[in-house]
Design a protein around this ligand. Structure first.
Ligand code: KIV
Ligand code: ZN
Length: 555
């Protein structure tokens, strides 16, 4: 890279808009959406979609609620043309959906485009030509006047052919894009757009769409917003226009540019699912729609089945959705850090109790709203704390560790995960828990246990395997656990201890119901240690829990 980039790259000249109004506006309703997946998205694929893939995606876009869909560039290839014909001839376009086709300002291409649309109910014919200084100079070698003449001629050619569609009852809306608008002088963008308007003569009743593309994202989103507000304020007959945004993501701010463009007065947004499109992609429409949703605004698009949509997208485009893609990525409702997990766990249980306004820390929306599940929220790696460990054991296996035991087991599990150097599943955590507590069998393991109580005094007789040798021991106490503890210390050779905490719960897996007991013992030095035991009999589960704690204490 250059030490002095200004020798090669220049600052972007902003529009002069001292009284800009957009910073104090808010977005309170969804814009008109237009999906350009089947055109801009498709043209950016190494292997463009075939007709059946395009049909698959078209149906999914309709299902999401898109009412305007740019279906292709029918003059560009037989596949594109054939796709339009399939849609129209097989009656696949719902009555409330408008299909849009892109075309350059060239007679043969316009002719073919019109032909591809015959018989459709509602169409947008979208004409574009490039207007930026670099395009004028290098690509076309034309003056501003000559570039305007191209647009005007194209607009006239379209107008002259409209009767071929309207005669058959097709409702046609016209759209013009001064391509590379954001890199074009606003005065020139206005001039050329007004020249096209002069030909098409839009009215407030029959508006035309003026699409203002950030073809290559060359400026900051606030500058794009200034450009949009400047056009909305200065162009003639604004009331006869639907002002549309079409952003790309070269500087990584396509979403911001679109949102600020809406503040600046635009009515419509073009973009693609998950931002597929040329280079760094088009605007990700899912992001803008979900951003509205998380502010309580109905986006008029439905992403309830986000996983199904992703599967369709990957199947048809061959692209993948990155794990951190806002709203859609595999990891976006996942917290690895312990403090985040703890906060999410508390927030989720608070929300479950009150079911009012969503304010769960670290989660902008309820994953459930887009078909994701809470259990995906928390995963455990070496960054995780006791909260994540406890959450997975509880949510996946119903194991409710006592709070204090979480403090003991959390760091033990964390050490193992740290050594593994990878994420672990809930099942692996359960296995760790079982190994640490339930499967402890040295120095003591239980063979047989029996306790009887008379007048509140319990006597227990049991046989244990102690360091490999079978032995019978007996003891008394005010309950079976106390009697067993007494037997262990007085006859079994265990160091003295007392039971500090006891908790039990039922566990059911499949048809087998069993009990899980947790016991915390305190040794002679006041140190506490947890144990756990499982059995179909709750009394035996608690006796095993005592042995688990004593065994752990002796290691
Ligand atoms: O990015 C762009 O400018 C386009 C136009 C054809 C609208 O895709
Ligand atoms: Zn584009």
């Amino acid at each position: 890279m250059l030490k002095s980039p200004s020798s090669k790259y220049q600052r972007f000249d902003p529009v002069s808009l001292p009284n800009r109004r957009w910073p104090s506006q808010t977005i309170s309703a969804a814009p008109i959406w237009c999906s350009v997946d089947l055109r801009d998205g498709n043209q950016a694929l190494a292997v463009p979609m075939n007709v059946s893939q395009k049909l698959d995606m078209f149906d999914a876009l309709v299902k999401c609620g898109f009412k305007e869909i740019e279906v292709g560039f029918p003059s560009a290839s037989n596949t594109e043309f054939a796709f339009n014909r399939r849609l129209i001839e097989e009656g696949r376009i719902p009555d409330d959906v408008t299909i849009q086709c892109l075309v350059q300002a060239r007679e043969d291409l316009i002719e073919k485009t019109v032909e591809s649309l015959i018989g459709a109910k509602k169409v947008v014919i979208h004409m574009y030509n490039s207007t930026s200084p670099a395009q004028r100079k290098y690509v076309f070698g034309k003056t501003k006047e000559e570039i305007i003449a191209v647009a005007v001629k194209g607009a006239q050619m379209i107008k002259d052919r409209l009767h071929r569609l309207t005669a058959g009852g097709t409702h046609v809306t016209l759209q013009y894009s001064p391509e590379s608008f954001s890199a074009t002088e606003v005065e020139f963008a206005k001039e050329i757009s007004e020249a096209v308007m002069d030909v098409w003569q839009p009215t407030p009743e029959h508006k035309m769409i003026l699409n203002l593309p950030d073809t290559v994202e060359v400026c900051m989103p606030n500058v794009y917003a200034d450009q949009i507000e400047w056009i909305c304020t200065n162009i003639k007959n604004r009331e006869s226009l639907i002002v549309s945004l079409h952003t790309h993501n070269d500087r990584g701010t396509g979403t911001a540019a679109t949102e600020l463009g809406l503040l600046a007065g635009a009515d419509r947004v073009e973009g693609t699912l998950f931002g597929n499109g040329e280079r760094t992609g088009n605007l990700d429409i899912v992001q803008v729609a979900m951003n509205l949703y998380m502010h309580g605004i109905n986006p008029k698009l439905d992403f309830s089945d986000m996983n199904g949509l992703i599967a369709m997208y990957e199947r048809t485009t061959g692209m993948t959705v990155p794990p951190r893609q806002p709203y859609a990525g595999e990891l976006v409702f996942t917290a690895f850090s312990g403090s985040h997990q703890d906060a999410i766990k508390k927030g989720l249980s608070g929300y479950d109790q009150h079911k009012t306004i969503w304010d769960v820390p670290y989660l902008t929306i309820d994953p459930n709203d887009i078909g994701r599940e809470y259990r995906e929220v928390i995963r455990v790696n070496s960054q995780s704390g006791k909260g994540g460990v406890a959450y997975l054991l509880e949510s996946e296996f119903g194991i409710e560790l006592p709070k204090d035991m979480q403090r003991e087991f959390g760091p033990l599990a964390n050490d193992i995960v740290d050594k593994l150097g990878r994420e672990v599943s809930g099942a692996e955590l359960k296995e760790m828990f079982w190994k640490e507590y339930i499967e402890r069998s040295t120095p003591y393991s239980l063979h047989h246990f029996h306790a009887d109580g008379v007048d509140g005094v319990f006597t227990c007789r049991c046989s244990l395997v102690i360091n490999g040798q079978e032995r019978g021991i007996a003891g008394k106490g005010n309950g079976p656990i106390a009697a067993f503890a007494h037997a262990l210390v007085s006859e079994g050779g265990a160091p003295s201890f007392e039971v500090a905490t006891y908790r039990e719960q039922s566990l059911s897996s499949g048809t087998e119901a069993s009990a899980l007991a947790f016991i915390q013992i305190k040794n002679g030095e006041g140190k506490t240690i947890w144990g756990a035991g499982v059995d179909t009999n709750i009394e035996l589960a608690s006796i095993k829990a005592v042995l688990s704690a004593v065994n752990r204490a002796s290691h």
